[in-house]
Design a protein around this ligand. Structure first.
Ligand code: ADP
Ligand code: MG
Length: 392
């Protein structure tokens, strides 16, 4: 994979920088800028060399149409404030004449940001014409959008073929850090998997179970396994279609399930109670749901994490949107942080997982917090991501 050092960047070089600023925005206000902050080193690197930086991203799923509520305008303003430079926000779509004119008149060491690439149908459709329209705007291409590199969009897979290209600093680090897990991880390795869907995570479990010592399951993911074992789980979130898959994995000795769970009713914090597995066939009654792992599980999983030289985590252990049901996740994340950068190599990724880690304020202690959700899962499955492959 080519990196920034492989590119000739001089004063005035027009750099098309693909970033993943698919961040939460409500009422035109940015809710969380973490993914943006992670790309600032690359922008600064380019500005130090007096490049003209043209930022490109997608946001949400506008489906090839202009949707005002999915505009990147507030993001451009944020980047400007953060970098203390003016960031001109350009509303015209690639292919329109005035956009090209504006970019051609940029002075060295300045930044512009394009409107949501998905406002044009050509981005998701991977339309070669759209890629050419983008290529006309710059001289070199840099991909710092790890979170979008598993997609076949025009700006990810076609544009780099048309220009000298390289990975940005963030993408380079993602590949280096996640690469350590896929090839020759320090052993023993412990994998924590939670969140909602087995089908999203099965590929990672299947790939990493070979080199992992233990796979610790939690979250709604574990509910599919409880259902497969014949427990009644009340109104717990699970997917009937995934129970068979869970059953087949149960035979694996390396797979561990919660020893106890917290059962309750969402929105009713005082409903929470601990139920130990094996005591009875019914874990949750009708109207109740399994919403977290229990104290015994926290204790045993923490002990397993402490044995590990590599710790990999995707997906929360419970319904972390409610504080009452986020104790299991928070407790184990503190153990992950405490072991990282020393005793073990610790990596965590996934939208809700990262949010939960950041609420503990210990994210800086973890070796690598990935900006990729789906992209991280595909990488850990051992797949080659199209957006990375094309940068070779
Ligand atoms: P990530 O974004 O970290 O990859 P996922 O998207 O797979 O994780 O899953 C996160 C979601 O799973 C969160 O919204 C969380 O509330 C939910 N979740 C986890 N455990 C449970 C549970 N026991 N019941 C209901 N929802 C759960
Ligand atoms: Mg998620």
């Amino acid at each position: 994979m080519k990196t920034l050092k492989d590119l000739k960047i001089k004063s005035g070089t027009k750099v098309l920088l693909r970033v993943d600023y698919n961040v939460p925005i409500s009422n035109s206000k940015l809710q969380d800028a973490w993914r943006i902050i992670q790309t600032l080193p690359t922008i600064k690197y380019l500005l130090e060399r007096e490049a003209c930086v043209i930022l490109m991203s997608h946001l949400g799923r506008p489906g090839g149409m202009v949707k005002k509520e999915l505009s990147l305008k507030s993001v451009a303003e944020y980047v400007g404030r953060k970098l203390r430079v003016r960031v001109d926000f350009l509303e015209s779509l690639p292919g329109e004449a005035d956009l090209k004119k504006h970019i051609h008149s940029m002075s060295p060491g300045t930044v512009v940001m394009l409107e949501n690439l998905r406002f044009a149908p050509g981005e998701d459709a991977a339309d070669p014409g759209f890629a050419r329209a983008l290529a006309e705007l710059g001289q070199v291409y840099v991909n710092d959008a790890f979170g979008a590199s598993h997609r076949k969009s025009a700006s990810i897979t076609l544009l780099p073929k048309l220009l000298p290209h390289a990975a940005g600093l963030l993408l380079e680090q993602e590949v280096q850090m996640l690469g350590k897990i896929v090839s020759r991880p320090a052993k023993p390795m412990v994998l924590l998997m939670g969140g909602a869907k087995v089908s999203d995570k099965i590929g990672v479990i299947k790939n990493l179970i070979k080199s992992a010592h233990k796979v610790l399951l939690g979250g709604a993911l574990a509910n599919n396994f409880f259902a497969a074992m014949g427990y009644s789980i009340g109104n717990s979130l699970y997917d009937k279609k995934e129970v068979a898959l869970a059953k087949s994995l149960l035979k694996q000795k390396k797979i561990f399930l919660p020893y106890d769970v917290v059962v309750g009713v969402p929105g009713k914090p005082r409903s929470a109670k601990v139920v130990v597995l094996g005591d009875k066939d019914k874990l949750a009654a009708k109207g109740e749901a399994i919403l977290d792992i229990g104290p015994l599980t926290i204790n045993r999983y923490a002990a397993a994490i402490k044995e590990a030289a590599t710790i990999v985590w995707n997906g929360p252990m419970g319904y972390t949107e409610e504080p009452q049901f986020s104790h299991g996740t928070a407790a184990l994340m503190r153990v992950l942080a405490a072991r990282s950068k020393g005793k073990a190599f610790g990596v965590l990724g996934g939208g809700e997982s990262v949010e939960a880690l950041r609420r503990t304020k210990m994210e800086d202690m973890v070796d690598w917090v990935s900006t990729g959700g789906g992209a991280m899962l595909e990488f850990l499955e051992g797949k080659s991501l199209p957006g990375i492959k094309v940068l070779s």
